[in-house]
Design a protein around this ligand. Structure first.
Ligand SMILES: Cc1ncc(COP(=O)(O)O)c(C=O)c1O
Length: 419
């Protein structure tokens, strides 16, 4: 990336931040990389890469088993990472409420299996929004097919916001509400605490998909008001292979296991097994230990940046990008989602003239600009928007105005190419 040094608004210096990310130093097609696909997966700072390497080189052993020194140290590092993550999201009981999963998708599947199969019966309703990622749709559709559950949908308006006019009717008789905190397509920030209050009043529990919000905004699960919150490490500067399910202690404690095997039991006899306490009850088999250390380091890194500062920077950059795109392309470019930056996080999906998003992405790649093109695992939303795909640029703390400028120039080149 070609960057000018110096702090941006609020003292946040994305150019300095970017220097912590080795991958951002590489070139693509002879040009400095401009990575604008952090909503799909973010890059990792040296602090995360070093923590994982240091753990593997000095400490690695399996956790919760060995009574020798490095096994105990590995267990301590793994459990410390859990507490780091729990504190980062405002968990009241971090050592019990944070479950490590493979990713956010598995976290939501865990809720569908363990909570859904013990609480939902034929005729019960589950309410989802039209802007959910497939990860918060398909597990409920699978359960609906198996149990005869009714799925209801909170609609999305022309500006990419949830329509709440019919909320009470939709929630009437519902047992669960699934809602994304921030849309991975529209960037929309949803009023989750208000929705959670309404859902609770109707007797429903709330599953919040926080995949996109945790990397962009301060997160306080208590203020959010949800009962379960899912997110993935690889979107918040951490490694792939690990995700998180946060659940309220009392709710998790009454749930049966999800997967069976080692780690999740207290005892096994020929006649049956006694499940472990939470959170280990939900962590069958050897967990992602190195990845937990990496996630702990990612949380430490974000904490050091300060999530208020990260949000401030994200908002500034979103505002800058919306203005720059509008100034250069006017009505030829359609941005999906709320027009005002304050209502969204740093994700911008757009259509440019009649160019296909895949063509846009391919031309942009020639300029080193990485954006996502496709349905973003949100096909019901694509149908609602009347498109099959969009191009999407998304930000992280290492993104800055120079990335947006490069995007705008590369888009102008795409327009010339296809003219
Ligand atoms: C809003 C949202 N939910 C869920 C997911 C699924 O995340 P993962 O593939 O890490 O399970 C994503 C990933 O794109 C997402 O953006």
């Amino acid at each position: 990336m070609n960057r000018t040094d110096g702090p941006g608004p609020g003292g946040f210096d994305a150019a300095t931040v970017a220097k912590d990310f080795p991958l951002l130093g590489r070139e693509v097609n002879g040009r400095p990389i401009v990575y604008l696909d952090s909503a799909a997966s973010s890059q990792k700072p040296t602090a995360v890469l070093d923590a994982m390497r240091e753990y593997d080189e000095t400490t690695h052993a399996n956790v919760h088993r060995g009574v020798y020194a490095i096994a105990e140290e590995a267990t301590r590092r793994f459990e410390e990472a859990r507490i780091e993550v729990g504190r980062f999201i405002g968990a009241r009981v971090p050592d019990r409420e944070v479950v490590f999963t493979k990713n956010a998708t598995e976290a939501i599947n865990l809720v569908a299996h363990a909570w859904g199969r013990t609480h939902l019966r034929a005729g019960d309703a589950v309410v989802l929004t039209e802007m959910e990622h497939h990860a918060n749709i398909v597990p409920w559709q699978m359960l609906a097919a198996e149990r005869g559950i009714e799925l209801r949908w909170l609609p999305v308006d022309e500006q990419g916001r949830l329509v709440l006019d019919d909320l009470d009717r939709l929630l009437d008789g519902a047992r669960l509400l699934g809602v994304t905190v921030m849309s991975n397509v529209l960037g929309t920030l949803n009023p989750v605490s208000r929705l959670a209050a309404a859902a609770h009043a109707a007797g429903a529990v709330v599953v919040a998909d926080a995949c996109q919000s945790v990397p962009h905004l301060p997160t306080d699960v208590t203020a959010l008001g949800a009962d379960f919150v899912a997110f993935s490490a690889h979107k918040m500067l951490g490694p792939t292979g690990i995700g998180v399910l946060w659940g309220r202690d009392e709710l998790l404690a009454e749930l049966p296991p999800f997967l069976g095997g080692g780690e999740m039991i207290l005892d096994v006899r020929k006649e049956g097994f006694t499940p472990n306490d939470i959170p280990w009850r939900f962590e069958a088999g050897t967990p992602p230990i190195t990845e937990a250390v990496g996630l702990g380091a990612a949380v430490g890194y974000l904490r050091h940046l300060g999530m208020e500062a990260v949000r401030h920077h994200d908002l500034h950059l979103t505002r800058y990008a919306l203005a720059a795109l509008d100034e250069r392309f006017g009505t030829d470019l359609t941005v999906f989602g709320p027009p005002e930056a304050a209502a969204r996080g740093g994700v911008i999906s757009f259509a440019l003239g009649d160019l296909h998003p895949h063509d846009i992405s391919q031309i942009l790649d020639e300029y080193g600009v990485c954006v996502r093109a496709g349905h973003h695992c949100a096909k019901p939303l694509m149908r609602r928007l009347g498109v099959t795909a969009t191009a999407r640029a998304s930000f992280a703390p290492y993104s800055d105005e120079s990335d947006v400028d490069a995007l705008v120039e590369a888009l102008a080149a795409a327009v010339r190419f296809f003219a």
